[in-house]
Write a protein that binds this ligand. Structure first.
Ligand SMILES: NC(=O)C1=CN([C@@H]2O[C@H](COP(=O)(O)OP(=O)(O)OC[C@H]3O[C@@H](n4cnc5c(N)ncnc54)[C@H](OP(=O)(O)O)[C@@H]3O)[C@@H](O)[C@H]2O)C=CC1
Ligand SMILES: CC(=O)N[C@@H](CCC(=O)OP(=O)(O)O)C(=O)O
Length: 342
């Protein structure tokens, strides 16, 4: 019997990418599609690339519209998911693509999001140590942020293997879709085209505590992260350049061996052959993660680069992967590592 899935926030970027994936998922039947300001609009007017759903009309996001499904995906702005989720009952699988349930520490949430903490749900990054076990059979999933996905997958193997000191430096470039669909002055075409610019500099970005949470869990001690996000003139993609001081005795061979071990059986993460580097173009529209490692002996640092599509593995693909695990389906169902090029 098909898994009936509702999507709240179907007019947004994350909701649109999710629907693109669900349309080819063999086990899923697409149910209610809801929006907010665009309720009453045809989906074809908002997501013209989703041709099979063009004549579906968005409903308002209400408990009534979302009732009667096996899975409800919430692709809503931060702070909007908790009130919707609590009206859905305990039997339905709820997958929150926003931030509301990602952080364990209420003080971190309040410091970075400025509202009361709604709680913590099982975290939807199966590749992390214990990640799959946390999701199996779960009725609630918190999908990670896009930057924390790229950065955690780049650095956790070094921490889990005890190779890196507990301080990491990350500079990551993101495509503009990471900022969502609603108009923003710094995202006008003429501001973004032909330019790269930093933002959230100096520890202020709300994804920093999420990275610290993931890397500290892998290391077994508190890891600090100096994170600088940058905006790149492209619609999709994240390229994360991450480094950490190597512990004494670490060699290029021991670093590579740790990453080969961590990713040998992962269906979506590819440790590239030596000499080849991750690129956002190579993962465009796919759920793949490209990773490469280097040991900078002069600086005494482990350097790891990762590339993801922020909307696929960084949001909607990660959500589908977690849904598959939670429902006991093959984890890769409906997901692809095949990109689009050129
Ligand atoms: N874009 C990305 O790369 C990533 C996004 N996410 C997360 O996914 C979520 C959605 O992001 P994204 O799609 O980019 O954002 P968009 O701004 O593109 O879309 C937001 C969606 O939420 C709906 N919405 C807005 N306000 C409300 C409200 N008060 N109540 C109910 N629905 C509302 C909008 O409906 P309408 O258009 O009808 O007003 C729209 O469907 C966010 O929490 C974001 O953090 C996570 C990882 C990456
Ligand atoms: C380019 C850009 O603006 N990116 C967003 C990250 C989007 C995302 O994945 O984060 P959430 O799921 O936590 O919203 C930002 O830096 O705020």
């Amino acid at each position: 019997m098909a898994v009936r899935a509702a999507v709240a926030g179907a007019s947004g970027y994350a909701g649109g990418e999710l629907l693109r994936l669900l349309l080819t998922h063999p086990e899923v039947e697409i149910g209610a599609l809801t929006g907010n300001s665009n309720a009453g609009q045809r989906l074809g007017a908002l997501q013209p690339h989703l041709l099979p759903l063009a004549d579906r009309v968005l409903e308002p996001t209400t408990p009534e519209a979302l009732a009667g499904h096996d899975v409800v995906f919430l692709a809503l702005p931060h702070g909007q998911s908790a009130a919707v989720a609590e009206q859905l009952g305990d039997e339905v699988l709820v997958i929150d693509m926003g931030a509301d349930f990602r952080l364990k520490d209420a003080a971190d949430w309040e410091a970075f999001y400025g509202s009361p903490h709604a709680g913590t749900w099982p975290y939807g990054l199966p590749e992390l140590p214990g990640g799959r076990a946390a999701l199996e059979g779960s009725k609630r999933v918190a999908v990670p942020g896009c930057y924390p996905t790229a950065v955690s997958l780049a650095l956790f193997p070094a921490y889990a293997a005890g190779l890196a000191e507990a301080e990491a430096v990350v500079v990551a470039a993101s495509g503009t879709s990471g900022a969502g669909k609603s108009p923003k002055p710094h995202l006008l075409g003429s501001e973004v085209m032909g330019s790269m610019s930093p933002y959230g500099v100096g520890g202020g970005h709300r994804h920093t505590p999420e990275m610290i949470q993931n890397l500290s869990a892998a290391a077994g001690e508190r890891v600090t992260v100096s994170f600088t996000p940058t905006l790149a003139p492209m619609p999709r993609g994240i390229l994360a350049t991450c480094s950490a001081k190597a512990k004494p005795g670490v060699t290029a061979e021991s670093v590579r061996a740790a990453y080969e071990k961590a990713y040998a059986d992962e269906p979506f993460v590819r440790l590239l052959p030596e000499g080849q580097w991750p690129a956002t173009a190579s993962v465009y529209g796919s759920n793949a993660v490209q990773v490469q490692v280097a040991h900078d002996t002069a600086a005494g640092r482990i350097v790891v680069i990762s590339a993801i599509d922020n909307l696929t593995k960084g949001t909607a693909g990660g959500a589908v992967q977690s849904m598959n695990i939670a429902l006991g389906l093959d984890e890769t169902t409906g997901l692809s590592t095949i990109g689009v090029a050129p």
